[in-house]
Design a protein around this ligand. Structure first.
Ligand code: AMP
Ligand code: MG
Length: 281
């Protein structure tokens, strides 16, 4: 069984986040000493494979007509580890083949358009691996929790999201959606840590503490988004993320497994090898 099979949200089933322990390590092989150091070693090896797969994707788009690209959507509660995951997992790849985009509070211009307008513009071009640090899902998460639009508006968005993702898949985008699932207690610990370390003050946002009061509403909104938008063509994965070493190992694995499935390879020469070798003596 692949790790994706373990962590994938089965389409058409109601997600119960409370039944998934954020401190658990599903699919992780049993190790004597907890596994942390082994996971870090494994991550280095997965990073090597990722680098090759990414280069193959990039190289193919350079020399041939292809629409193929990959989009990794990362969603999490505040302090959920999106930034850390990007640094540890995406950070191992060639920056030229990576497009990382973060989505914050929409600007006035963005608000004047349909919610998918800013997302469409950020979809990776062929040959790229795109990473969304937050995404169109915020429009059924924070927007729903804080009543930023009427209920019927956000309710209509699940279908719009599914249709949008379908159109991306039809246009060569391989979509991977990951929720980094942390616990209420872990969030508090990470917030407190930020206040103890002068190199982390910049990460501390007092508004995150206000948002904690809405934890249950967020969890309910996440569960609905996962339930309604986990599709066969654009799967959602829930990665328990209290343990950072497990989180990074799991995300790297999901990426490698998905890229492996694409049957990538280095493109063959589009010229006569012998002729070119002879020309160079
Ligand atoms: P950060 O990820 O820490 O940079 O924070 C980004 C902030 O932007 C978070 O508080 C999100 O809830 C907020 N945000 C992202 N997308 C939206 C959206 N569509 N509407 C309102 N707020 C959003
Ligand atoms: Mg934040």
């Amino acid at each position: 069984m692949s790790l994706r099979d373990v962590l994938r949200v089965p389409p058409g089933t109601a997600v119960d986040l409370e039944s998934i322990d954020p401190g658990s390590t599903p699919g992780f092989p049993r190790r004597k000493n907890g596994g942390k150091s082994w996971a870090r070693q494994e991550l280095a090896e997965l990073a090597g494979r990722l680098e090759t797969l990414q280069e193959q994707l990039f190289a193919t788009a350079k020399v041939a007509e292809t629409r193929r690209r990959v989009l990794l959507v990362l969603q999490a509660m505040d302090c959920g580890g999106k930034d850390g995951t990007i640094r540890k997992v995406a950070g191992t790849m060639n920056p030229q083949g990576l497009t990382i985009v973060g989505f914050g509070k929409p600007t006035e211009e963005e608000l004047a358009h349909d919610f998918l307008w800013r997302i469409r513009k950020a979809v990776p071009v062929p040959g790229q691996i795109g990473v969304f640090n937050r995404s169109h899902y915020e429009d059924v998460l924070v927007v729903r929790v804080h009543d930023l639009v009427p209920k019927r508006t956000w309710q209509a968005r699940y279908k719009k999201i599914n249709d949008f993702e379908r159109s991306l898949v039809d246009d060569g985008v391989t979509i991977i959606k990951i929720m980094l699932h942390i616990s209420y207690a872990q969030q508090s610990q990470r917030l407190k840590q930020r206040l103890l370390d002068p190199t982390k003050y910049w990460k501390y946002n007092p508004a995150d503490v206000d948002e904690r009061a809405y934890w249950d509403d967020y969890q309910a909104a996440y569960a609905d988004a996962l339930t309604r938008c986990a599709t066969g063509y654009a799967p959602w994965y829930v990665v328990p993320a209290d343990l950072k070493w497990y989180r990074d190992w799991a995300v790297a694995n999901i990426l490698v497994e998905t890229l492996d499935d694409l049957g990538l390879h280095y493109p063959p020469p589009s010229f006569d090898l012998d002729v070119e070798r002879a020309r160079l003596g």
